[in-house]
Each structure stands twice: as C-alpha cells, then as structure tokens.
Write a new protein. Structure first.
Length: 311
C-alpha cells in the first residue's frame, strides 16, 4: 500500500518532515496499524480499513489477538483481500496501537549524550525499569500534570510480534512486529526520591506513556536502525537525535531482555531517549500547564499532547 504525501501532509505539519517521511519509507508502501474507537485499523493511502470487517471476522477487534497471530496477520494484509473499502477518518482520533501489553520494558541512559547530561556514566548493561500499564495513552489529547517536575523523553517504541526466549542478537529484528513513537514522561521529584530511586513510580502517572500514532513494520523503513526522532514544546525544538546513536540497539535489547525473561507478543519496549530533557538543562526546564508537546519519529509519525493542571 502506497502512503501518499496528501495523507502525510495532514499528519506532519512541520514542513520538511513530509519530505523526510517519504524518504524514510521504501518505495511501494508501508504497513501501518492504527486504532480507531479501540478497534484495529489499517491506515492506507485512501483512509482506514477496519481489520475485523475487512477480514470477515478472521481477525478480531482485540489487539492482543492480532499480535499473537502477527505472522498470519501480515500475510493476510500483504494479500490485500479486504472485504470492505477504506473510510476517511480524523487522524486526531487515532489511539494507542498497542493498548494491552503484558509486559512494558523501558531502558535508561541508552544514548551517550543523555547519560552525559544526566552526569552519569554510559552504561555497560542496559538499565531496565517498567512503566505501569495504567500510564498508557494514545497519541493525542490532554495529560494531567501532577505536583512536581514533569519532564519529556522522546523514545522509539518497539513492539514484539512473536514469543522470544534467549534470542540471539542477530535474530532480534525478526521478533519485532513494528515500531511506534513514544514518550517516557517523568515526574523527576518522585522518580529520584529515596535510595534506590523510584524510577517506575515516577514515570507511571496517568498518561505518562503515550504511544502512536501508528505502528509501522520495520522492514518497510529505509534504515530501521537509523531513524530521526525529536520533540518540541510550544514550537521550541528541545530534542533531536537518531536511533543509530543508541548504546544498545533494538536487536541487542531484545537479546539481553529475552536472556532473562520470555518476550511475549504485544510487549512494549521503550528504547531510551537522546539528550535534551528538561532535567539536564541549565537552567532546568519542566512542563507547565498549557504547554503543547509534539513528538515525532521520521518515517513513523507525530504525537500531540497538551498538559493541563490538576483541577
């Protein structure tokens, strides 16, 4: 399926991101899985295709069931034998394309420049924590600001498409269903309280794990190991990096994680953030009520969130 620039222009309003998006996709198209009204949809060049309807019920409305049958699902999608036509849709209505992961892994300090701005050594083993499932949300909407210092962290999210235990690094990409944009939003006061610090708790307020706008299969990207990612606050660009700069690549993370625990279809890996977070700035900067955060990965998409005060 060819993703035409007319669709991309609506999703990517920041000028040359449209051109970059096209360059990051292989000619011939890409498979993009989205969520509308909590139902899986394929995003095509002409609109959205409801998966359950298009497959005649062969695939259900449950995302978890699709990830469990990912290889079969990809084979069906590739044939393009859809029982219904694509429908126009409001892209701001897209939800989280991986809403019910059984396991959420998050990696700290996975970019050397972020380790340096955090005044910490570049890790020799991946620092792993989790974000609790109740923090998951979609790619658009409001996020409530709890008390404290709320920070941003743009991240590539990898979603598992097949069970993997003790996966060799060379085979790591074979276990990835797709890639999406994520934000590891963090409240720094709680995160750094105590000894040891409360990483998972400080990063798990409601809405602190947005994912979206779609899931893109890595085989359709020009270079799945080298994607531009970044974010801006009220139009001020605060982060920009490339996934090729990660200390531990996606395949290495899959190998290291699966050496300990089996990875399950639909599991989520937040792969770490580059430099530019508020905590590492001088003076430090944190999110305030009314701030609008735009997060992007070229070749995948953008997310837009507004932060609001607790009423």
């Amino acid at each position: 399926m060819v993703v035409k620039s007319t669709v991309l222009q609506k999703s990517f309003p920041h000028g040359n991101l449209v051109r970059k998006m096209i360059l990051e996709l292989k000619s011939g198209g890409t498979m993009r899985l989205g969520s509308l009204d909590n139902r899986p949809v394929l995003i095509t060049d002409t609109g959205s295709v409801d998966v359950a309807q298009a497959s005649g019920g062969s695939f259900a409305t449950d995302f978890a069931a699709i990830y469990e049958r990912w290889d079969e699902f990809r084979a069906w999608e590739w044939r393009g034998e859809f029982a219904v036509a694509a429908q126009r849709f409001d892209e701001s209505s897209l939800g989280n394309p991986v809403p019910t992961p059984r396991q959420i892994f998050a990696i700290g300090l996975n970019y050397a420049d972020h380790a340096r701005e955090s005044r910490l050594d570049v890790p020799t083993v991946p620092p792993v924590f989790t974000k609790f499932a109740s923090s998951l949300t979609g790619p658009h909407g409001d996020i409530m600001l709890p008390p404290g210092h709320v920070d941003w962290e743009i991240e590539l999210v990898a979603v598992i498409g097949r069970r993997g235990h003790q996966v060799p690094q060379v085979d790591g990409w074979d276990y990835v269903a797709g890639l999406s944009v994520g934000q590891d939003i963090s409240e720094r006061v709680l995160q750094l309280a105590g000894s040891p610090p409360q990483f998972s708790l400080g990063k798990s307020f409601p809405g602190f794990a947005p994912i979206g706008p779609v899931l893109v299969t890595p085989d359709e990207l020009v270079d799945r190991d080298d994607l531009e990612l970044g974010c801006s606050i009220n139009g001020d660009h605060v982060q920009k990096g490339r996934t090729s700069e990660m200390v531990f690549s996606v395949p290495e993370l899959i190998s290291r994680l699966s050496a300990v625990t089996p990875l399950l279809p639909g599991d989520v890996i937040f792969t770490g953030t580059p430099a530019g977070v508020g905590l590492g700035r001088n003076p430090q900067r944190f999110l305030a009520a009314g701030d609008e955060l735009c997060s992007y990965i070229v070749g995948i998409g953008e997310m837009h969130h507004r932060f609001v005060a607790v009423s």
